[in-house]
Design a protein around this ligand. Structure first.
Ligand SMILES: C=C(O[C@@H]1C=C(C(=O)O)C=C[C@H]1O)C(=O)O
Length: 412
């Protein structure tokens, strides 16, 4: 695949304050939805003023930064709100594997935003639409038919067993193995229905949609607000309990589990090592805390720092991806093992997903708990960190629980 840029020579961009629009997702006028929403705040976009599709390669983030910089620098911008996310923004998703061709960035024609008491509408081009008008009401998918993806459950369990052997033989410390499921619907799947259900059930996650990749991720790869950066490293997981006592017991076991602590340590240390050279100040907690979601509990390390230089959020994404939360340690060995054992192309699953504005501010998550929608078909993904003490059956159960988020979004 070649690099493709569809953009007019000069974008004419106008951001104006608007009264609080309330729920952002219900403002999306048609199924080609762009979204990044958490606790009701964030951005939704529709229409395309520009689109970049990027070939694979480790330089895909720097190429994206350069091309977006050119598009934004040439733009004629009237920004009457001037907070992160106003003016022109690009939503994007990058392929997980450096060899994957799937990276895409879209500058929407319209963006509706809401953050810290501000609400705004950005419009690009001459079509100064006053606000979203519902062109096509969302309809829920029906008659769903499920099938295995690349590896049926027993084959995936043996892939996990092979990974455990390689780890015990000293080839690597950790690898994250994922599997996919396929679902066919009776009619084209509308991203807005999935966004609605995900945002209602997982308000603390980042509910996202970009070029058909729809999900609700708890994992913040990086947020840049001026010089300030934040990240939330997740690794180490248990399903929620069925009673309050069981739930507490599971949380305690996770917190004390040497195996889960090891999985987590690889990820937190890599994020610390990658951010240290970019920051004047960096805080990585000595111990993880627990993040409790409706279906899962994770070990979590909230990271904060201050950048030394004026770098775009995408430069920081480039320094971080792929973290051991989704690849493994050491990274090149883990990537090779993923390619060998998973039997599939992850596409943009487990890659960075989010948005960036013309100042270089933005928020990027790791695309987890998601599905790639393609007309009437969707591919769901879920993965688990494997270390020396991992048990294939327990990892399969964990992947099943992780699939639950998108299954519920599709089935209602
Ligand atoms: C790979 C996924 O999740 C990642 C793996 C985790 C784990 O193995 O404990 C936890 C959170 C994520 O970093 C996924 O949800 O698909």
């Amino acid at each position: 695949m070649k690099l493709a840029v569809t953009a007019p020579d000069r974008l004419s961009v106008r951001t104006v304050p608007v009264p609080d629009p309330g729920d952002l997702i219900s403002g999306l006028p048609h199924p080609a939805a762009l979204a990044w929403v958490r606790h009701g705040e964030g951005l939704v976009g529709w229409g395309e003023a520009a689109r970049l599709t990027l070939p694979g390669g480790p330089d895909r983030f720097t190429t994206a930064t350069r091309l977006l910089h050119d598009i934004f620098a040439a733009a004629d911008i009237d920004d009457q709100v001037a907070v992160p996310g106003t003016g022109p923004v690009a939503f994007g998703g990058f392929g997980f594997d450096p060899g994957s061709d799937d990276s895409v960035l879209i500058v929407p024609r319209h963006v509706l935003g809401r953050r810290d008491g501000h609400a705004w509408l950005t419009t690009i081009g001459t079509d100064q639409a006053p606000g979203p008008t519902l062109l096509r009401p969302p309809t829920a998918p029906t008659t769903l038919t499920w099938s295995d993806g690349a590896l049926p459950a027993p084959a995936w369990e043996s892939a996990v067993a092979t990974a455990v052997t390689r780890i015990r033989d000293g080839h690597l410390g950790k690898v994250v193995l994922a599997r996919d499921l396929t679902v066919h619907a009776g009619e084209p799947i509308d991203a807005r229905v999935l966004l609605r259900r995900l945002a209602d059930r997982f308000p603390a996650c980042y509910t996202f949609s970009c070029a058909g990749l729809v999900g609700a991720t708890p994992e913040l790869l990086i947020r840049r607000t001026g010089g300030h950066i934040e990240s939330l490293v997740l690794a180490g997981t248990t399903a929620r309990g069925t009673t309050p006592t069981d739930d507490t017991a599971r949380a305690d076991r996770l917190f004390d589990s040497a195996k889960d602590r090891e999985e987590h340590r690889y990820a937190a240390e890599m994020v610390r090592d990658a951010l240290t050279p970019l920051c004047s100040h960096l805080h990585v907690p000595a111990e993880p805390e627990l993040l409790t979601l409706p279906n899962l509990i994770h070990l979590a390390s909230p990271v904060r720092g201050h950048l030394t230089a004026d770098r775009s959020v995408l430069d920081v994404v480039a320094a971080l991806h792929p973290t051991p939360a989704v690849a493994g340690t050491p990274t090149p060995t883990a990537l090779d093992l993923i390619r060998e054992l998973e039997g599939m192309d992850r596409g943009r699953y487990a890659g960075p997903v989010g948005w960036v504005d013309a100042r270089g501010d933005g928020e990027w998550g790791i695309a987890l708990r998601c599905a790639q929608i393609d007309g009437t078909r969707a591919r769901l993904f879920a993965g688990c960190g494997i270390v020396a003490d991992s048990d294939p059956a327990a990892e399969l159960a964990e992947a099943h629980t992780k699939f639950g988020a998108m299954r519920h979004a599709l089935q209602g």
